[in-house]
Design a protein around this ligand. Structure first.
Ligand code: ZN
Length: 417
């Protein structure tokens, strides 16, 4: 196996799911420390400078510029160390499988059903016959999102170390927790990080460049019911769960993740829990267009008013807060144009056709860009993220490292806005 596959498998084996229920503390889960410690150890072994893990599981490090290029601005790279909470993520059993065409059965799921990766849902597999794929055994997600990004960053440094003739500016590296729960690298010390611009490596298929993200809002709906013995409930009982269901029915049914794509926004019911006495529903709202997100927030408030009106009391309450904003607002400014241009050039130099997609999610880059570190997102080569069919094709991941070597080379000269 190639060195990067070893790295990816090693990192995927370390469970590091974040948890929205414990998001008040950073990291939301202690397990993320194990992942940053493994990365820190590997960074030190490679010879990275200033390797530091802080109390919030933020790992930062620097890599010195090649000789004579110490005066150039640093180039930053940022990846996340947590994995998604929406699927099983502990334990993770990664495996490397050769794809021979047709369906690839990877194992048996926790429900006893066969788990397969299929060309019907992944037409890209047509180009992958004979390739090695890193998958799980079907019982959990892989966590290639974003451990493929972590592995690629480390492998970039290994390449620069092995070939000192490769030109590059000083590199700033950050590995951050809780990206999957919208934390967005909020506690990254940008001054210590010390790069005026850069890239997150947290995207899909090789060649993907993303500089448009959703605007993101989370909404928590709470219902307060009145529990009464069912035999004497008439006229007294207020069923909190019924109130939440009524609220949900007032949201546009077609605007759900499973019916939307491209620039469509949505409401997503992320969690639902309830009894007669009390019920809660957690939603997220997403749209590339800020105004449409605000309209959706308005629809939710109206739905709450309507349900409360029907019950004649304040059965429902709603709280909403912004999670991140569309990073296009920052990175398409003329002074940041080199970010997209250089990414495209680096892919093209490695024989990869670059393509831009509006990201149907966020990246750490959304918040970082608004905080003064403009950055766009590059492919990390994971497919089917956040589920048991997640996989990473090895040839793509290896090529990604070539692309990163090209990219740091393009920053070995001053950038024009
Ligand atoms: Zn990710």
């Amino acid at each position: 196996m190639s060195a990067i596959v070893d790295r990816l498998v090693k990192y995927c084996r370390i469970p590091s799911q974040s948890n929205p229920q414990t998001s008040a503390t950073v990291p939301s889960t202690a397990s993320q420390f194990a992942m940053v410690e493994a990365l820190a150890e590997d960074l030190r072994a490679l010879g990275a400078l200033d390797v530091r893990v802080d109390e919030h599981a933020y790992l930062t490090a620097h890599w010195p510029a090649s000789p004579g290029l110490g005066d150039l601005p640093a180039l930053g790279f940022c990846c996340h160390v947590d994995t998604a909470f929406q699927s099983y993520g502990d334990p993770v059993f990664p495996q490397v499988r050769r794809y021979e065409g047709g369906e690839l059965v990877i194992g048996t799921g926790r429900d006893g059903r066969t788990v397969a990766i299929s060309p019907a849902t992944n037409p890209q597999l047509a180009h992958m016959v004979g390739w090695e794929l890193v998958t799980t055994d079907g019982t959990s997600l892989l966590g290639g999102d974003d451990k493929a990004g972590d592995a690629a960053c480390l492998e970039l440094l290994a390449r620069l170390k092995a070939d000192p003739a490769l030109p590059h500016p000083r590199l700033s590296l950050a590995f951050v927790p809780d990206e999957e729960i919208g934390h967005g690298a909020a506690l990254l010390d940008l001054e210590a990080f010390g790069a005026p611009w850069g890239y997150t490596i947290d995207g899909g298929p090789l060649g993907e460049i993303c500089y448009e993200t959703f605007n993101a809002v989370e909404a928590h709906v709470r219902a307060h019911g009145v529990s009464v013995h069912t035999g004497t409930a008439k006229g007294h009982m207020v069923n909190a769960s019924e109130a939440i269901m009524r609220f949900h029915q007032l949201l546009p049914a077609a605007e759900r993740p499973e019916y939307t794509e491209g620039y469509d926004g949505f409401y997503f019911l992320e969690r639902l829990e309830g009894s007669c006495e009390e019920a809660v529903a957690d939603y997220i709202i997403r749209d590339h267009d800020r105004r449409k997100v605000e309209q959706r927030m308005q629809v939710m408030r109206q739905a709450v008013r309507l349900v409360n009106g029907q019950y004649g009391s304040e059965v429902l309450e709603i709280e909403m807060s912004e999670q991140y904003r569309n990073l296009a607002d920052v990175v398409t400014r003329p002074e940041n144009a080199h970010l997209i241009a250089n990414a495209k050039a680096a892919f093209a130099a490695c024989g990869v056709e670059p393509y831009c997609v509006p990201m149907r999610g966020g990246t750490d880059g959304s918040q970082l860009s608004f905080r003064g570190f403009p950055c766009i997102n590059l492919s990390a080569c994971y497919y089917n993220a956040h589920g048991v069919r997640e996989f990473v094709p090895v040839p793509e991941l290896e090529r990604l490292v070539d692309v990163l070597v090209e990219l740091v080379g393009l920053y070995a000269r001053p950038q024009r806005g």
